[in-house]
Every structure is written in C-alpha cells, then in structure tokens.
Design a protein around this ligand. Structure first.
Ligand code: ZN
Ligand code: ZN
Length: 368
C-alpha cells in the first residue's frame, strides 16, 4: 500500500492518544491487519512496537526492501537471523525503557505472552482488546474508495460468470472461474474462499464448493467478494436455473424484504442491534425466525469480518464511514437456503449501498 508517510503517521498518533488515556507507555501490535493499518506494510511475520515518541517495525531481512517501499518514515528494526521475534520485541521494549506495554490479547498466543514476560525484564505486559480494531471501524474516503472498487470488481466478475453459466458446471468450477475473473478485472485476489452451493447445499451458510452440478437443482447460491488493495467486498446472490415451486418465491421475497428493512434502518445514531432487529422482525413475522440463525451482517474492510457486527446483542452505535454487510438468510435443512448480501456504507444522511448486482425475483431466473 503506497501512501504519504503522514497518512499512517496520523493513525499511529491516534493510537498513541489511546495509550495515553489508558496510562500505557507502549503498545505491541501483533495482528497483521493492524500492522498494515498503522504502517502500510502488507507482508507477514512483523510486529509493531509503538510508544509516545517512537516506534519500531520489527521484521526480518526478507522484508527490508518491501518495508522501505511501503513504509517510508517508519522506524524499522530488522532482527538478525538467530534472534526470534519475541526476543527482538522484548529487546526493543527494554531499549525504549517502556514500563507498561499493552499487547493484543485477541492476537497473541499464550506461548508468546509467556516468553515476552521472560525476555523483557521489568516490562509489565498489559492485556488489551481490539484497540486498533476500534480505530479501524470508521473508514476514511480512501478506504471506502477501495471497498467500492472491490465491490465493482466482484459485481462485474459475477455478471460475466452468470452470462456463461452452463448446466454441467460444478460448484468448485464456478468458484474458480469467478475468482479468476475477479483477478482479471484487477482484484488482488478473492476476498475469501468463494461459496458456491447447489440446492440443499445452500442450507449450509458456509458450504464448501464441491462436485454438484448446476443442473442437479434449481437453486444456486453464490457468496463471493474481491480484494482490492487489501480492502474487501462481500456479496451473496441466489440464482434460479430451472422451474421451482411457489415456496421458493415466497421465501425469497421474505428475505429480500428483510434485507430492505435492514438497509433502511441504517443511519448514524442507530444501534447495530436495531438494524438487525428491523430485518429479523420481517423474517419472524413471516414465520421463519428460527431459520435465520446468524447475525444480520458484519463490518468489512481489511478483514472480511470485522467490527461492527450487526447482531441482536451489538451495542455499537453506527457512525458515518462504517461499512457493513446486510445479509439476512433463511436456511431449511434438506431443502436449501436463501441469502441476499450487499455492502452498505453509513453516510451522514443515512446510507449508501455499494453493491448493485440485480436481485429482484425477476432478475434471478436464468437458463444456463
Ligand atoms: Zn458473504
Ligand atoms: Zn458476509
């Protein structure tokens, strides 16, 4: 990720203010997406140790050039081979004379935590949860631009695959074609392993694409997304490839109405639970509440699932710049599943839906 050094510097300074508020001298960032967010570095096996008047991006010689390219203005500590990551991080903390240093409890193994304690003398390691994730929850216009681009790549790839779908296509084949198409359209890669499910397989919210062919059942569910410059999109559509009974149409309309209600409830000031409830009520009133077993949606950004989650228990208050999926679903074991998913950014006046792949009942009938 190429950027001016100030762009990431500002993010690190925001984290420094959080440290100050919490009386921490330093902070060790171990989660790769958080390192990326704070420095622009997109490789792996690299920690960021941050304190009020300094920082050290701790990496190894494989990444020297990449860091120079991606992270101008960041202080780097390339650990010699033979000095492990934990030892290097502990050394950096001692060298900066840090007393209390926060670590990411959700992203540090017990083993690493214990050796940090053994290696770092008087440093007190303090458990923290999701501080950087909280900073990431509101996206800036650059980030929204990337998600928008990822959405465009996913939508165009889907349109191409839909147009060339054949009755003998297998689930995995469709997933592979879709992912290839997204790359051809400029995506770095797929945002996550594409889900393609024929018929009853669609009842599994996270079905793994297999050998089932399109012609075996009228329902085809596809859940896919693109990764553009590390930012992701996430959509789901159901296609109908042969004659199908009225039950499907009734259920499809129900899920579509639930999604519309959820999207309409998105605005600054609404809680995530309220948005979930708006959609859930439609499905409950339709008599299928128990067939909708997951939350309404999730944040999307550097990770495919991130804060805020739209779920019955989430107290997050929506703010402009948050990007969430809205994906109600109804799953009936042995019969199949219907899920419709779009990506929505919270704006100052309400919301903007970033994805526009057709989804009305008329649009989803196709004859491969
Ligand atoms: Zn999805
Ligand atoms: Zn999703």
């Amino acid at each position: 990720m190429k950027h001016s050094s100030e762009y990431f510097q500002q993010r690190r300074d925001r984290l420094r203010r959080v440290l100050k508020k919490n009386s921490l001298a330093g902070f060790l960032v171990t989660k790769p997406q958080n390192v990326t967010y704070l420095t622009g570095f997109s490789g792996e096996d690299t920690y960021l140790l941050l304190w009020q008047d300094g920082e050290a991006l701790i990496s190894d010689s494989r990444f020297t050039l990449q860091i120079a390219e991606e992270c101008p203005g960041v202080d780097v500590m390339i650990r010699p081979s033979g000095v492990g990551m934990v030892k290097a991080a502990a050394r950096a903390a001692r060298r900066a004379r840090l007393s209390r240093v926060g670590f990411e409890a959700a992203h540090l193994t017990v083993e690493v935590r214990e050796s940090l304690g053994q290696e770092s003398g008087n440093v007190e390691w303090v458990s923290t949860t999701r501080w950087v994730e909280e900073l990431r929850i509101v996206k800036d216009s650059e980030e929204i631009g990337r998600i928008r681009k990822a959405a465009g790549q996913a939508m165009r790839a889907f349109a191409a695959i839909r147009a060339s779908l054949r009755p003998d296509h297998e689930e995995k084949q469709i997933a592979d074609l879709l992912e290839h198409q997204m790359r051809l359209l400029g995506a770095r890669c797929a945002a996550f392993p594409t889900i393609v499910a024929v018929g009853p397989r669609a009842a599994l919210p996270h079905a793994i694409p297999g050998r089932n062919r399109v012609e075996e059942h009228p329902i085809l569910l596809i859940d896919w997304g693109a990764d553009e410059g590390w930012y992701k999109s996430d959509l789901t559509r159901v296609l109908v490839t042969a004659k199908i009974g009225p039950k499907f149409e009734r259920l499809y309309e129900l899920v579509l109405q639930a999604q519309a209600a959820g999207i309409a409830a998105i605005r600054p000031g609404a809680t995530a639970a309220e948005v979930d409830a708006a959609a859930r009520k439609v499905i409950e009133d339709g008599g299928y509440g128990r067939a909708f077993g997951h939350g309404l949606g999730h944040g999307v950004g550097l990770e495919i699932h991130e804060a805020p989650s739209l779920s019955p228990k989430s107290k997050t208050v929506l703010k402009p710049g948050m990007v969430v999926t809205v994906e109600p679903g109804v799953y009936l074991p042995g019969w199949g599943g219907i899920r419709i998913e779009d990506d929505v950014v919270v704006t100052r006046s309400g919301r903007e839906v970033l994805t526009s792949t057709p989804k009305s009942l008329d649009d989803i009938y196709i004859s491969p």
